[in-house]
Structure formats: structure tokens, C-alpha cells
Design a protein around this ligand. Structure first.
Ligand code: BGC
Length: 598
């Protein structure tokens, strides 16, 4: 009798937990129970388009769970329709598999849907950091999601919540700023904007919060370098933004190339599993960065074992069958590791469950078609209007001697100079169409600063220009637009952040004309301007504003009063870097949070 009661109670309890399982958990369990090991490993495999395009049938053959388009990966037709067509093609291959699990298609939509020709390009995160405006960042990310969904894709590798502590770092502009509070609040706002509060919504896009963790804290600002600090500092500065992102609903996190105290993050079980998944309660899945596990050691099979056991759930693989460390090897080795007992089936099941749970939460099984209404809205006027708002709120006015700004719209002649004055490429920076960006006309649509000035002034105002700074004599004001040539990742690491010689010459020449000079700097970080700013009358840090140069003219001519505040302490010289708010003996050229208005 006693045993019968115990047995009934146990039965009741277990059926109760089964009843408590959510509908999604039940679906995940049911699907998982049907899957072979090969199908499970397929879900954990993410392959770049360049690697798969030789053998597209491999999407079906290997049951791939995800594809991505990396920074330099191109398809033939970069238009919104071209991308939508590519997406539909690859998705159709996934739907040919036995279990018809749709692929998640990921792309670096880091300042708008920036691989698509004609898309709306927003300021890079550093500029959004200057706005201090959560609502705006949410709106910007919402529009990005609409444009991403317009090409069918459902996963943006954004936001980057790195806290950039050393401006030598080539990814400083991908960070919202040097203070973790910015990455916490604006990172969470970006997650909300991309995902809404309902991942299953037709217009929601899965966010990938990156790069976990410490990417912005490396010694000397070296990209993919080593972050040296104790756990307290790590938590307060670099881990904190993830807690807010998870609260905002983040279900995917990308792991950082960097190391923490000498241990590569991709092999760091403590920070990936114990801290992130257990302590912070992260229920989503972890994706590796581009070929990042390859850096864990020489033997590919060993590094797969290390990274999966550390807690990685999906591996991003850029290599195809003719290259080393390719996806066919990955699949084969992971299978062998399970057979050999080196990676447990529980670990595999956990990873696949996490991935499938997100796919169900996104309603991906029913919701994988391209919404053509959204395709036609990519780069629309309404979307660009939001980008323009973001641009004008992101500008930081550093100097305004004798109220040289705002300018009157009815001056007789405005002279505009500098290599960046008529260049969408300089405005957009890296991660625009190509990985490194391009200083020319990188993308269709948008307005350069020169065009925007012409659009704004009265009919009788003459706008003249030169690239080298010559010809300003006799004009009412000379506007100089200079800045950093586009770059991305390690290609932007710098030991010297002085303005380039040609930019210095341009400013000198403008100054020698004797007319008032206003400099607009397009850069991915504070630069060393101590000497130049002392010589000119006005100075605006415009960061990397993207396609909508009209937002710059809005501020120049006083249609919008500057509100931007520095997201970084502005150093006087290279010797001061790293310099961050709260440092001892803090004496920057301009402090964190500085910004004038009219
Ligand atoms: C970058 C990531 C990016 C990935 C895919 C890597 O090189 O570190 O930020 O999401 O490439 O393009």
C-alpha cells in the first residue's frame, strides 16, 4: 500500500512537471526525440554563403541549422530583391530535409541592413552613444529589423555591447562608449528594437549580443587581444551589459575572439557556462565568432571538443570542403567526439534544445517567408527620416567661438572643403556593403554633407567647394569635412590617432584664407586634434553618421540644436590613452559627457 501511494505520487508529480512544460518545450522535446545525431549536429553548424555556394545541396545533405553572410561575402545582386531571392533559395534547401527545420539566416546588420545596396545606413554605435537616447536607439533598431526582414533574414549580429576602453582599438566605433552604463541601457534598447517583446512577431529579428566578453578591454586596444583584469572589474565593466540584454529578451550571444587573463573566451567554460548560462540564467544559445574556435589550438578536432564542452552551441564556419577546418570536417569530428564519449550526448542535446527553442519562439517553422511589403520599404523615406533624426542627435559640438554656428541660410557664399565632404563612404565607415567599407560611393541613396548643405541654403546662397581646402578666400565661412578612411576590426587598430597629413593641410589651407572655419570630423573615435581645434572657430565631432548627411546640415543651420554628449573622454595626446571617466588624474581635452549647444 505504502509503495502504491509513493508510486502514484511520483506519477502525479512527473505528469505534473510534464503539464508544466510549456507548449514550446513539448515541441522541442518531440522534435529532438526524432532527430539523429547527424541532424542534431547539423543544427549546431552555421556556414558562410561563400563556403556553401559551391555545394548548395549540402544545406540539405548536412541538415544545416544556419547560414550567414560574413562581412566580405557577396552575392551577385546586392539589391533588396537580390538578397531576398538568395534567402529564399537557401531556405528552400533547408525545407527539403526530412524534418524540415528552417535555417536561421544571420547577417551583420550593425548600422542598418548594411550589406544591402540602397538600405538605410544609421550612425555607428559610437554616434548612438552620443545621443544618450534609448527610445531613439530602439527606433533605429526597429527600422533595421524591418529592413532585415524585408530580405527574409531573421538574425542580426547586433548589438555590439563592447565597452571600448582604449581608442587605439579598431572597433571603438562599434561600441556605444567607454562607460558600461551606455552599453547597458542602449544595448538593451537595441535588443528590444530588433526583437520587440515578441520574437514570434512577423517583423521581429533575433539579436546577437556581442562579443562576450571583454572585447573592448584588451591591453593596448589590440583587436582580438587579451583583457587583463580581475573578476570584479570584468563584471562591472564588460559583463554587466549582458545582464541588461538578457533582461531585454536576448536569446543569442556571440562569443569574443579575445582572451581574459590569457584564456581565450571560446574555450572559457567558466565564463560561458558557469557565469553566463548558470549564474546569469541565459536560456538562449551561444554562437562562436568567425573561425574563432580555430584559434584555440592546432588540431581542429581538439578545438571542437574544447569549445563545445566550454558551452558553445553553434559554430560559425567560413570554410568550404576545399579548405582546412571546413564544415564537413566539423560535422565529422563532432560526431566522432560524441562516439568517443569526449563530448556527451547531453551537451549536444542541450545545445540543440537551445537552438530549437529559439526557432520555435520565433515561430520560424511557420514564419520563414519574405514579406514583400517590407522588401519595397528598404531605404524608404520614412526609414531615412529616422536615420536623419539619429544623425542630428549624435553630433557633438566641441567648439563654437563667437557663435560661429548656427549658420545663416542666406549667407552669400559658403565654401565646403575636405575629402569627406562629398563622400557617403566616409560618412558610413566600415561594415558598409563590404567589411572594410570604402571611401567612395559605397552605397546607393543617401545624402552627402555637401549635398545636404546645398539642399538647405537659400536660392541666393552660393555653395562652392574644393577637396584640398583651397578657394575659401572671400567666402562667408569655410566648412571643412575630414576624417578617418573607412576600416573594420583589426585593420583599424592604430598607434597614432593624429589627423592625417592631408587633413591637417586642408585645415591649414582653409584657415589661411582668413574666413571663419568650422571643422566636421568623421571618425570612429576621438582623434588627436589639440593643435587644430585651437586654430579654428567651430568644431563638430560627427562620428560615422551613415547615409543621412541631411542631419548634419540640420545642426549646422540651426534647424536642430546640438544635443550630443561625448561617449568617450577626448584625449589631448596619445600619451593619455587609455583615458576613461573615473580615472585618477583625469585631465582630458574634453571630458566624457561634454557637448555644447546653441
Ligand atoms: C566579427 C563579428 C561578425 C562576424 C560575422 C567577425 O569577424 O568579429 O562581429 O559578426 O565576423 O561577419
Amino acid at each position: 500500500m505504502k509503495y502504491l501511494i509513493l508510486f502514484t505520487t511520483m506519477l502525479l508529480l512527473s505528469s505534473n512537471t510534464n503539464a508544466q512544460k510549456s507548449a514550446i518545450e513539448k515541441k522541442v522535446d518531440a522534435l529532438l526525440s526524432k532527430m539523429t545525431l547527424e541532424e542534431k549536429i547539423g543544427q549546431m553548424t552555421q556556414v558562410d554563403l561563400d563556403a556553401i555556394k559551391q555545394n548548395p545541396d549540402h544545406v540539405t545533405k548536412y541538415y544545416l541549422g544556419s547560414l550567414l553572410c560574413g562581412g566580405n561575402t557577396e552575392i551577385e545582386d546586392l539589391s533588396p530583391k537580390g538578397w531576398a531571392k538568395a534567402y529564399e533559395y537557401y531556405q528552400s534547401l533547408a525545407l527539403k530535409t526530412r524534418l524540415k527545420v528552417p535555417i536561421l539566416f544571420g547577417i551583420d546588420a550593425v548600422h542598418g541592413h548594411n550589406n544591402v545596396d540602397g538600405a538605410t545606413i544609421f550612425p555607428h554605435n559610437i554616434g548612438l552613444g552620443a545621443t544618450r537616447n534609448e527610445k531613439l536607439v530602439e527606433k533605429v533598431s526597429r527600422i533595421t529589423a524591418l529592413e532585415v526582414k524585408g530580405t527574409g533574414m531573421q538574425w542580426a549580429f547586433a548589438p555590439c555591447v563592447a565597452v571600448a576602453r582604449n581608442e587605439r582599438w579598431g572597433r571603438t566605433y562599434e561600441s556605444f562608449g567607454e562607460d558600461p552604463e551606455l552599453a547597458k541601457s542602449l544595448g538593451a534598447a537595441a535588443v528590444k528594437g530588433l526583437q520587440t517583446n515578441n520574437l514570434a512577431d512577423q517583423t521581429s529579428v533575433l539579436a546577437s549580443v556581442k562579443h562576450y566578453a571583454g572585447d573592448g578591454g584588451t591591453t593596448n586596444g589590440k583587436d582580438q587581444g587579451n583583457t587583463e583584469c580581475d573578476m570584479k572589474t570584468m563584471k562591472e565593466i564588460h559583463l554587466a551589459p549582458y545582464i541588461d540584454a538578457i533582461k531585454a529578451g536576448a536569446k543569442n550571444i556571440m562569443v569574443s575572439y579575445s582572451s581574459w587573463n590569457g584564456i581565450k573566451m571560446h574555450g572559457n567554460k567558466y565564463l560561458l557556462t558557469d557565469v553566463l548560462k548558470k549564474e546569469f540564467g541565459f536560456k538562449g544559445f551561444l554562437v562562436s565568432d568567425w573561425a574563432a574556435i580555430d584559434q584555440l589550438g592546432k588540431n581542429y578536432k581538439d578545438v571542437i571538443e574544447i569549445s563545445i564542452n566550454a558551452g558553445l552551441d553553434m559554430i560559425m564556419i567560413p570554410n568550404g570542403p576545399t579548405q582546412n577546418n571546413n564544415y564537413v570536417q566539423f560535422i565529422q569530428y563532432l560526431k566522432e567526439l560524441v562516439d568517443e564519449g569526449k563530448v556527451s550526448i547531453e551537451r549536444i542535446n542541450d545545445a540543440v534544445k537551445r537552438i530549437l527553442t529559439v526557432k520555435y519562439e520565433m515561430n520560424l517553422f511557420n514564419n520563414y517567408k519574405v514579406d514583400k511589403k517590407l522588401t519595397s520599404k528598404i531605404g524608404s523615406k520614412e526609414h531615412r527620416e529616422v536615420a536623419r533624426q539619429a544623425v542630428r542627435q549624435s553630433l557633438v559640438l566641441l567648439k563654437n567661438e563667437n557663435n560661429v554656428l548656427p549658420l545663416s541660410k542666406s549667407l552669400k557664399r559658403i565654401h565646403v572643403v575636405g575629402k569627406a565632404a562629398d563622400s557617403i563612404g566616409y560618412q558610413c565607415g566600415g561594415w558598409t556593403i563590404s567589411w572594410q567599407g570604402n571611401s567612395g560611393n559605397v552605397i546607393s541613396g543617401g545624402t552627402t554633407i555637401l549635398q545636404a548643405i546645398k539642399n538647405t541654403v537659400s536660392k541666393n546662397t552660393q555653395v562652392t567647394s574644393s577637396i584640398d581646402g583651397s578657394g575659401a578666400e572671400g567666402s562667408d565661412v569655410c566648412i571643412v569635412v575630414v576624417g578617418e578612411k573607412p576600416y573594420a576590426e583589426m585593420f583599424g587598430d592604430r598607434e597614432d590617432l593624429s589627423l592625417s597629413n592631408d587633413d591637417i593641410q586642408t585645415i591649414e589651407k582653409a584657415k589661411s584664407s582668413g574666413v571663419p572655419v568650422v571643422v566636421i570630423l568623421l571618425s570612429g573615435r576621438p582623434m588627436i586634434i589639440t593643435e587644430q581645434i585651437s586654430k579654428v572657430n567651430g568644431f563638430i565631432a560627427a562620428w560615422l553618421p551613415g547615409t543621412e548627411g541631411q542631419g548634419v546640415a540640420d545642426v549646422l543651420f540651426g534647424d536642430f540644436k546640438p544635443v550630443g554628449k561625448l561617449p568617450h573622454s577626448w584625449p589631448k595626446s596619445m600619451n593619455q590613452i587609455p583615458i576613461n571617466v573615473g580615472d585618477k588624474n583625469y585631465d582630458p581635452l574634453f571630458p566624457f559627457g561634454y557637448g555644447l549647444t546653441y
